[in-house]
Design a protein around this ligand. Sequence first.
Ligand code: SF4
Length: 412
Amino acid sequence: MALTFLPSTKMLATAVRKLDGKEFVSHAPGYWPNVPAELWNDWKWQLKNRVTSLAQLEQHIELSEEERSGVLLSGDKLALAITPHFFNLIPRERNLDDPIRRQVIPRIEETWTSPYDMADPCGEDSHMPVPGLVHRYPDRVLFLVTDRCASYCRYCTRSRVVSGVGEQELHTDFEEAFRYLEQHTEVRDVLLSGGDALLFSDDKLEKLLSRLRAISHIEFLRIGTRVPIFLPQRITPELCAMLQKYHPLWMSVHVNHPRELTIEVKEALERLANAGIPLGNQSVLLAGVNDNIDVMRNLVHKLLMCRVRPYYIYQCDLINGSSHLRTSVAKGIEIIEGLRGHTTGYAIPQFVIDAPGGGGKVPINPGYILYHDNEKIVIRNYEGNIFEYPETGNENVQFAPQREYHDEYLYS
Ligand code: SF4
């Protein structure tokens, strides 16, 4: 299956006109009009030609002072890198509030620190029995296999290590990690992340997957990746053929805004789905990017069309220098409220806060339970109508203390 180089002038014009991102469009070749299709479709060319410096950025777009200063200071925090494919999603018109631009172009606000900010908001370093292996939950581990990504997200929760210029270095000890996994028979689920494991060559990734598959108690492999979105050219038929030898293998992709779902990304996701890989999406709730019900509705609908199940919306972690991108928690609840009941259940992700300091993911939901005891549960639906359902009276069930909070507005 060859990747196509789509006639783009009309498509780009359409995309610029309709910025809600509901439609699938291609932006290639965009800012790179003279690059032949064979090079454009080569993922190694995309990586070699990433936008990584102030001069390259300014060749294409006009920056604000906040962005210029942010770029100059990004060299010792989180590197600047944007693939040509993803850079093409940034419109030529100077719109500093563009949701794609806000995700990948550094701003001076990244150097500001709020009292809540942390270097390691999910407490990963304190749950690392072996360098590069995080064992925080009983039956699963996070394996940080590389510190490199195709492009760098300015709100990255692992910016302390990712890109190789931050305050820490990642020194994953693969052999020690394999030994740990062999000894810890309670681990049944391994998530490969980093960084992005799909930047490995097919051979290197296959060695890693086959080594993990040789450990009999590991039932389930997952890859957390933004490569299909930043670098869809990487999802080659050869890669898909290799991955499907290691089932059950699942993949969590990371899309924040519907415009990221281009024709090329849709085709890449379809290749993965055709290889039998179940796909889920994790979005980060970001101010000025996707803190809006209409944007989120478009995103989840497009994800379903790409055969990706919206899985999580994360409240943005308290990572150093991210306060300008964080929203209120109430905004996330409002978005779930605006989706639940109003659209397909498969389209509704779970809103979560990764509890600061290493408490793990906590689901945050609108209050649908108004009252609950061992005789009844009182619930409200998406339209605000109230219903009662009889409880079985099982005395052994412990009810959550939340019911006391709800009494007051049920009977007021
Ligand atoms: S792709 Fe993931 S790991 Fe890489 S910079 Fe973005 S959020 Fe961080």
